[in-house]
Design a protein around this ligand. Sequence first.
Ligand SMILES: Nc1nc2c(ncn2[C@@H]2O[C@H](COP(=O)(O)OP(=O)(O)O)[C@@H](O)[C@H]2O)c(=O)[nH]1
Ligand SMILES: [Mg+2]
Length: 195
Amino acid sequence: MTFINYAAREINCKIVYYGPGLGGKTTNLKWVYGKSNPTSRGKLISLATETDRTLFFDFLPLDLGTIRGFKTRFHLYTVPGQVFYDASRKLILRGVDGVVFVADSQAARMEANVESLHNLQANLKEQGYDLNKIPYVLQLNKRDMATAAPVEEMKRVLLLKNEPVFEAVASTGVGVFDTLKAIARMVLVELKKTA
Ligand SMILES: Nc1nc2c(ncn2[C@@H]2O[C@H](COP(=O)(O)OP(=O)(O)O)[C@@H](O)[C@H]2O)c(=O)[nH]1
Ligand SMILES: [Mg+2]
C-alpha cells in the first residue's frame, strides 16, 4: 500500500525484513544505515531489549532518488524473530509493499527458517496479502559460517516462486545492497503498474 503524497511530491514505500531470530535482519539495516549518505537517510530507530534483541522493530527511512519529480522514500522495517512476538509481526506487516526474507544459513536453523516462512505466509494472508503476488526476495545470510547448509539445499527448502535469491554476509555487507536494490526495484515496478 504505497503512500503517494502529491502535495509534498513524495512516494513512500514500506519494505519489511522478515525471518527467524538472530538471522541478521537488524544487521542488514545497520549496514544500510552505515553506508548511506547522511542526507538521504533518516534515523535508524531500534526498540531492543537490554540483551540487544529486537523487541518491536527497527526502522530506517531512506531516500532513493526521484521518479518523475517524486521523491521516493523507502521505509525499512525488521520484525522481531522470536516466536512469541507474533502480534508485533502482524502489526509491522500492515501496509507492506515488499518483503525480504532473511534466512539463516546455519544448518541447525533450517527448521526455524521454515517455521518463520510459514508464519510470514499466514500473517500476510490474514492481512489480505498473497506472498506469491507481492514483491519478494530471499536472502541466504551467514554464508561465511562453517556450518552453512549448501545453497542448493536451502533453495530446495525455501524457494517459493522464481524470487531473486541473494547470498549474503550481512555483518560485512556482502549482498546487503544487492538485496535492497532488488526489492526496491520490484516495488517500483509494481507501483508503475498501479499508477
Ligand atoms: N557470522 C555472521 N554473523 C552474522 C551475520 N549476519 C548477522 N550476524 C550476527 O548474528 C547475530 C544476530 O544478528 P541480528 O541482525 O541481530 O539478527 P536479527 O534477530 O535477525 O535482527 C549478531 O551477532 C550479528 O552480528 C553473517 O552474515 N555472518
Ligand atoms: Mg533484530
